[in-house]
Structures are given as C-alpha cells and as structure tokens.
Write a protein that binds this ligand. Structure first.
Ligand SMILES: *[C@@H]1O[C@H](CO)[C@@H](O)[C@H](O)[C@H]1NC(C)=O
Ligand SMILES: *[C@@H]1O[C@H](CO)[C@@H](O)[C@H](O)[C@H]1NC(C)=O
Ligand SMILES: *[C@@H]1O[C@H](CO)[C@@H](O)[C@H](O)[C@H]1NC(C)=O
Ligand SMILES: *[C@@H]1O[C@H](CO)[C@@H](O)[C@H](O)[C@H]1NC(C)=O
Length: 256
C-alpha cells in the first residue's frame, strides 16, 4: 500500500526510501524464520508483500507483531508479541515472525503521527488537502465477558471486523450458547455464549463428591442422584449433610 503510493511520486521515493532503507536493517536482521505466534490474530491479509504486512501492523495501534507466510504472500497481524504470549510462540515451517518494535516508525508514513484509537486502523488518503490519513474501525477488541476462556480458540479465529472467535467458559463456569462470537461491522461483538458461575455450595459439593464416586459399581448412584437433585432444586450443602445423617442412622438402626 505504502510502496504503491511511493512509486507514483518519484520525489517521495527519494526522500522517504533513502533514509528508510538504512533503518530497515534492524527489522530484517531480527526476523524469526520458521516461527509463528498462534491465536492472537487481529486480522489477516492475502496477496501482500512482507513490507506491506509490517506496514499494516505499524498503522494499527493494537498490533504488536506479524506472521508472514512467504509461499502464499499471506499476512497475519497479532495483538500480542512473543514476550507477552510466550506459550503461543511456536515453530512453524515456512512462516516468518517479526515484531513491531524492530521497525522504524516512518514505515507508517503519514500514519506515524496519527491519533487513531486502539480499535482503529489508520488509512492513507491519497487525494485530500487537510488530512493525509483517516482512522477507520479495525476490530471488536479482546472479548472480556465474565467467565469467558479464549485459550481454546481455533487457529483461524480473529478479533477483526467480520471475523469470529470460538470461545469456551473458564473452570467453574457453565456454558450456554454455541460459543461463537461474531465481530460485527459496527465494531461490536455479537456474543453467542453465556458463562454462568456455578453456585459456591454446588461447587463444594460436586468437588467433594465426584472423586468419591466409583463409576464401576452400579448404584453407587445415590450421591450422583443427589447432585442432580441439588442442581435441580437448589438444595444446600446442609441439606445433603442432613440427608446423609438420616440415611446413616436408618441403615444402622436396621442393622441393630
Ligand atoms: C511486547 O508487547 C508489550 C505490550 O503488549 C510491549 O510492552 C513490549 O515492549 C513488547 N515487546 C517487544 C520486545 O517489543
Ligand atoms: C510527525 O510529527 C513530527 C513532530 O511533530 C514531525 O517532525 C514529522 O515530520 C511528522 N511525520 C509525518 C510523517 O508527518
Ligand atoms: C489461559 O492460559 C493462560 C496461560 O497459559 C493462563 O494464565 C490463564 O489463566 C488461562 N485462562 C483461563 C481462563 O483458563
Ligand atoms: C473504540 O474505542 C474507543 C476508545 O478506545 C471507544 O470509545 C469506542 O466505543 C470503541 N468503538 C467501538 C465500536 O467499540
């Protein structure tokens, strides 16, 4: 995008590219070949050069790093880097990983001075007198709904406009809905997931009882039935303890 513009104005080619090329060295020398940062995608682009991919990152305030697949000229821009998302940084043949901080700010051209918001991206405007750039919506932000777990999203999931994410619920939350989150073109998520916290007593009971159950023995199911009952009728822990005491005395009285 940037290079395309530059080729249309030869004088820019001289004033921008000459000082620029020297400062591109640190970027190229710190490329991580055979690596990729997984599952932190803002947006992906096809048919772009590597430098255009880096430029796309530079004009997007949320972007921290890029993955580039040379064979297909495929570009991914990420909202984290390998320092903040180290477990997502992995070997991946054919890919190149690069960080925003290794490239000169000037690569963003007029956008290097933009004041775009975190959920926007800066676009160069070719024919305009006052502004050389404009800020347009880029993504829906990182979903932060209570209880949501983004650790098991799919590889193609992204937070950019018109993309989607497959989410799950954190431990001790129950999930309803398909789990899909769609980023709408107005920059807002459409959540098809609700994560509800299980009641505290319920958690304690279930945590305490499940390990005691021996599933290989038929009709070990008394406790299991009670878990179901409690879930259905909101019975408290005291209720179960009382029941257990009653049962205990009944069976022991019978035995006597
Ligand atoms: C990684 O990203 C964080 C913010 O998300 C930033 O503070 C840090 O400088 C970045 N690390 C590198 C090496 O660029
Ligand atoms: C950005 O702002 C700085 C200082 O205000 C200025 O020196 C520089 O030329 C500007 N860069 C662009 C590309 O407009
Ligand atoms: C997701 O994984 C990170 C790092 O592995 C961990 O710190 C975090 O607690 C996990 N989040 C959930 C909701 O499980
Ligand atoms: C984009 O971010 C700004 C502040 O960072 C916020 O005020 C605005 O509501 C966000 N837009 C959308 C569509 O979420």
């Amino acid at each position: 995008m940037l290079l395309f513009q530059i080729f249309r104005c030869p004088w820019l080619l001289i004033t921008v590219l000459v000082p620029c090329y020297g400062s591109l060295k640190p970027g190229f020398s710190q490329l991580q070949r055979g690596h990729r940062l997984d599952r932190k995608l803002i947006q992906s682009f096809t048919e772009v050069s590597f430098l255009d991919c880096v430029t796309e990152c530079m004009v997007t305030p949320r972007c921290e790093s890029v993955n580039y697949f040379k064979g297909a000229n495929y570009c991914e821009i990420n909202y984290e880097n390998k320092t903040t998302a180290e477990t997502n940084y992995m070997d991946s043949a054919g890919w190149v990983y690069s960080e925003r901080g290794h490239w000169p700010k000037e690569l963003a051209g007029a956008c290097s001075n933009s004041t775009c918001e975190i959920n926007q991206t800066c676009k160069h405007k070719r024919y305009s007198e006052e502004n050389f750039f404009e800020c347009v919506l880029s993504d829906c932000g990182i979903p932060d709904q209570k209880g949501i777990n983004l650790n098991k999203t799919r590889r193609e999931d992204a937070i950019g406009l018109r993309r989607r994410i497959h989410a799950s619920c954190a431990d001790r939350y129950s999930k309803s809905g398909s789990g899909r989150l769609n980023c709408q073109s107005n920059g807002e998520w459409k959540y098809n997931i609700v994560c509800e916290v299980l009641k505290r007593e319920m958690q304690n009971i279930i945590r305490g009882l499940l390990p005691e159950l021996d599933y290989s023995v038929p009709f070990q199911s008394e406790k299991f039935c009670f878990i179901v009952l409690m879930l259905a009728e909101d019975m408290t822990f005291m209720g179960y303890e009382a029941y257990r005491a009653k049962k205990f005395s009944e069976t022991h009285l019978l035995q006597l």
